[in-house]
Design a protein around this ligand. Structure first.
Ligand SMILES: [Zn+2]
Length: 322
């Protein structure tokens, strides 16, 4: 009897100690469960309140799900998560955090497929078609590696070299002049409405290695452009601007204006590419119906509730996560 009594007393003591401990553990753990990921690691930028501080874009990366994002509660400023992973578009999630244990689902959708038409204006056609295909491949690799979540579907190449009006468009001028220089390409060479049209000419603003975007449905490329330049021009169509004068970037970013080593995009750039209402993903392709848009500027200072343009969840070469 005394033995049993002591044992029972011991058991009650353990239970009394362990119950509050378990409550404390669950209260600490707010999680984001990854749905329809690609099997690659997921990165999240988290807004909310933690330990009395209002957090903006606190970053977590994980190869497993659910992702523990700490003990979040409602911030008067912002309560949201944006998720990134390979072959999926950046995904925005509203997260009304509570003081309890919150669990939200980050439900990725498949990569956004955009049909694109390339018009080869200056030949030889077979050579320039191959050039366009290599630019397509390079851009696709950059988008996959950098988690843009966009794929070409399909990438159509049209032979316009025999068009009698083609020679008049071999030399494309400065594209910032206005639609007066873009409309003749549509009228004379061709144009597929509702998608990006890329015209491969001879020179752009005097250079065979130059390209131009009208921040809309048209891109023009010179005869000898580097394969990575297409990622830059489509970056403009996704609403992005040059990063040359920003010390948070170098020539390896897709939005540097003078480079042949473009390969990186920051999560701040991915966010804008998808959420800015002026991006062709929204205005031309209507590829995100019902999803949040948000007009974000390009300052590298805090532009709450937008992430800074140089916000990185993963390193870009020598630039670490920030
Ligand atoms: Zn540019």
């Amino acid at each position: 009897m005394p033995t049993l009594k002591n044992y029972g007393s011991y058991a009650r003591t353990v239970m009394m100690a362990s119950v509050p401990f378990m409550i404390a553990m669950t209260g600490c753990t707010d999680t984001v469960t990854v749905i329809n990921g690609s099997g690659q690691p997921v990165g999240v930028m988290v807004d909310g309140q933690n330990a009395g501080s209002q957090l903006n874009d606190r970053t977590f990366t994980s190869g497993a799900s659910p992702i523990n994002v700490g003990d979040m509660s409602t911030s008067p400023q912002s309560n949201e998560v944006t998720g990134f992973t390979n072959d999926r578009p950046p995904t925005y999630l509203s997260t009304p955090w509570t003081t309890g244990s919150d669990a939200f689902n980050l439900d990725f959708r498949p990569a956004i497929g955009i049909p694109v038409t390339v018009w080869i204006v200056k030949g030889p056609f077979a050579e320039q078609r191959q050039h366009a295909i290599e630019a397509c491949i390079r851009t696709s690799v950059i988008w996959r590696t950098e988690r843009m979540g966009v794929i070409f579907s399909p990438f159509t190449v049209i032979d316009a070299t025999g068009d009698p009006e083609a020679p008049a468009h071999y030399a494309f001028p400065n594209g910032d002049v206005g639609d007066v220089v873009w409309k003749p390409l549509r009228d004379d060479i061709g144009f597929v409405p509702g998608q990006l049209n890329i015209y491969w000419v001879d020179t752009v603003n005097g250079g065979t290695g130059s390209g131009w975007s009208n921040f809309g449905a048209q891109v023009v490329m010179g005869k000898n452009t580097g394969d990575e330049l297409l990622s830059h021009e489509i970056g403009h169509a996704f609403s992005l601007t040059h990063v040359d004068s920003d010390t948070n970037f170098n020539v390896d970013n897709i939005m540097h204006s003078a480079s042949n080593t473009r390969q990186y995009a920051t999560e701040g750039q991915l966010f804008r590419s998808h959420l800015n209402p002026t991006s062709i993903l929204n205005v031309l392709y209507n590829a995100r119906p019902g999803e949040l848009t948000r007009t974000c500027g390009y300052s590298n200072t805090a532009t709450f509730p937008c992430p800074a343009i140089q916000k990185r969840v993963w390193a870009d070469g020598g630039f670490p996560p920030n």
